[in-house]
Design a protein around this ligand. Structure first.
Ligand SMILES: Nc1ncnc2c1ncn2[C@@H]1O[C@H](COP(=O)(O)OP(=O)(O)OP(=O)(O)O)[C@@H](O)[C@H]1O
Length: 373
């Protein structure tokens, strides 16, 4: 599906406007702080109903306003499927979010997720690799919630059980009260861990291929590291047994700390470089190697969307060549030309930076939040 129409109302600094997007995509050219990232943020909002930059919803409302609204029309290139209208609005007062698909509110907000299939490439992606494990878990949770049926439900069940169990631990409740939450926690937690570990295992080879291609020969291997000792994290039964043993082993520590210390909220993903499983790119990689690992993650995310949703993802690129050396930029470009055949919406500060699609993408400008088509 392509995004063929976008309606923006009071979103960040963007002028309220109606835009018809070319099916092949567009290059948005504008100086710093004109609203380029905001434009991509508005589009991506229609996929996850959240900011890709981790901003709170109220931060997305234009200064001095009360409500924002973004709506998009998705059209299949060969008209084989009917067009879909997805809209999302957020009101500061009462923190109310409303999502509609073809004008109707889905029963749960999560039922509206992922109608728009997009993958975003941004310089801030390097945080997934650079920063703490919660960034990598967040990345996995978004990819899997959008692409693996049932994952979001397991994750939500897990989070509820974790919250209740942590509250009981924090209040110093008896072991009998705390342990009421053990089985719900273990079962949903094992499903979350197993799905994440299976995904990492299934994309591992492809990730390494992309990494090698972009880096010009080096290698990197992702590994899912659960917070408990198990050599079969991809098996939910084995993971559940490991969590049961893990909880028993840390019972005293949990009492002292007043929080649950094993479970998928403590799991980690590592990227071993130089063919050595112990050299984690986060600790030993250069800036370029870490950016390459982040990029490879986005590329495997795109291929997961293709496989899981049978759709060519819309590629959103936020000034991605800004921090890469010539060689890497050139190889990424070749790779994207080869793999991503769908719509491409990219932002660049200068005309000369538009290199994708052999310079053939239509150009739009942006100035003070006003998009000039
Ligand atoms: N809620 C908001 N309401 C109005 N303006 C906002 C809001 N949030 C951010 N802005 C403004 O949007 C502008 C930045 O937009 P954006 O991040 O899209 O810039 P950009 O064009 O991508 O720039 P760069 O090339 O520097 O990354 C800033 O001037 C900022 O003050």
């Amino acid at each position: 599906m392509r995004l063929t129409h976008l309606s923006i109302r009071r979103f960040r600094n963007l002028e309220s406007q109606e835009l018809d997007l070319p099916p092949e995509g567009v290059a948005l050219v504008g100086e710093n702080a004109q609203g380029k990232s905001n434009f991509l943020e508005a589009i991506y909002y229609l996929e996850t109903f959240r900011s890709f930059r981790g901003a709170r919803d109220d931060q997305l409302i234009a200064f001095g306003e009360e409500v924002f609204r973004v709506a998009g029309r998705l059209t299949s290139p060969d008209a084989s499927e009917p067009a879909v209208e997805v809209a999302a609005a957020f009101q500061r007062k009462g923190r109310k979010k409303k999502v509609t698909v073809d004008g109707a509110e889905p029963e749960r907000l999560s039922d509206g997720l992922g109608r728009l299939a997009a993958v975003i490439f941004s310089p801030s992606d390097v945080a997934i690799v650079n920063e703490g494990p919660s960034e990598r878990r967040r990345f996995l949770d978004i990819v899997l919630s959008l692409n693996v049926p049932g994952y979001l439900r397991s994750l939500q069940t897990y989070r509820q059980a974790l919250q209740q169990r942590n509250a009981a631990l924090k209040d110093g409740r008896s072991s009998a009260v705390v342990s009421v939450w053990d089985e719900p926690l273990v079962r949903s937690g094992a499903e979350v861990t197993a799905e994440r570990a299976r995904w990492i295992e299934s994309v591992s080879e492809e990730f390494t291929g992309y990494y090698t291609e972009v880096s010009g020969g080096q290698s990197a291997v992702p590994t899912y590291k659960p917070s408990v000792d198990t050599d079969r994290p991809t098996d939910a039964g084995a993971a559940a047994d490991a969590y049961r043993d893990g909880l028993a082993a840390v019972a005293d520590r949990e009492r002292r700390m007043g929080t649950t210390v094993v479970g998928p909220h403590r799991d980690e993903v590592t990227f071993a470089i130089e063919g050595d499983r112990d050299l984690d790119v986060r600790d030993y990689g250069s800036g370029g190697q870490r950016r390459t690992a982040a990029l490879a993650l986005r590329l495997v995310e795109a291929s997961t969307i293709r496989a899981a949703r049978g759709q060519e993802p819309i590629v959103l690129m936020d000034d991605v060549f800004a921090e890469l050396d010539e060689g890497r930029s050139e190889r990424i470009l070749q790779l994207i030309e080869r793999e991503e055949t769908g719509q491409v919406i990219l932002t660049v500060p200068k005309e000369s930076d538009v290199k994708v699609r052999r310079d053939a993408l239509p150009r739009w400008g942006i100035r003070d939040g006003r998009i000039l088509t």
